[in-house]
Design a protein around this ligand. Sequence first.
Ligand code: ADP
Ligand code: MG
Length: 389
Amino acid sequence: HPTLPQFPNAPKTTLGLVGGGQLGRMFVHEAQALGFKVAVLEPEAASPAAQAADLHIQAAYDDAQGLQQLAQYCSTFTTEFENVPAASLAKLAETGFVAPSAACVSIAQDRIEEKAFFTRCAPQTGILPAPHAILRSEADLAQVSDDLFPGILKTARMGYDGKGQVRVKNIDELRLAFAQLKGVVCVLEKMLPLAYEISVLVARGADGQAVVYPIAENVHRDGILFTTTVPSPHVSAEAALKTQNAALKLIADINYVGVLCIEFFVLQDGSVVVNEMAPRPHNSGHYTIDACVTSQFAQQVRAMAGLPLGDVRQHSPCVMLNILGDIWFDGEREIQPAWDKVLALPSAHLHLYGKAEARRARKMGHITFIAPSLEQAQAEMQQACQILG
Ligand code: ADP
Ligand code: MG
């Protein structure tokens, strides 16, 4: 391990972060803006968050010595991705305050637990998950109802950005797809006729105070978030209220502390289905950095540090465009995106995550278009897409 810098005010003013990705980097920036230092536990050498952090402990997320070092510097901890071992968060909770808790994170880590949680709360929220079946072994295939086809087979754990998902039209395709996953526990979900997708960002403090952000409307491409538009062009006042209230009920039910993002589907008949939740700031909440009084990352800092939550008011209509590694490639040739042209658009606010290598489908950054009108933000987003190709 490298020599650790001495912080005069440690440990109270140093926040502990497990994970070194872009969400961590943006968390670090906001924590530092609020006067905190951040120590990051991350095995990779030059990760986005470690580049920005005050201290990088380079060790695996479940490395006992690494966790112990983090605990030496910090008394308050959080995470920036959901697949951090829940046991690591439980370990940190022995010496300090962990937000969100290991128990809350582990619900979101497992689609089966997540759907059971949504179903249990449905009498309060009025919103159910998609019809589904749990597939633990071959034997469970015989029980699958025809009504679930066409469907989507999803691994119960470790799925993100559409990874670990196979679309299946019938039981034969399901059999084949399930066999190819070699005994991994899965969920088969009925394919639903989506009209559009939304997400609801909520935050809750340890004192039970909670706030909910405006509805974000999300467009995915190849299973990866492409754009987020706020205010949502499609959501009805009724669906907005229903999902925001549901998010507040869900976050309170599990005594969650920190930022939580819940994804919903709105179907063609106008009904609402709850899809999944992320126990952390979320890609669809990046717009809050530029368009809201308090960003989702500042809110995470406030929640974990026991500070009052900030105002969620949105001050400008906006569109967030994700930047994937694909735009660094012209066929096989590597190119530099024309950032000068993008930055000439008056509403463009560019965020790059400091990743050394561009790869296809890898999240490299995002641009938030913040304009006096949503139409202008949308038009400039289209222009940026043309420029970047
Ligand atoms: P991930 O963890 O990869 O984000 P999701 O469950 O959110 O997985 O699925 C990714 C995307 O696939 C969704 O945003 C949606 O566009 C589509 N999708 C997922 N489940 C369904 C479904 N049951 N019916 C229709 N589309 C779905
Ligand atoms: Mg999703």
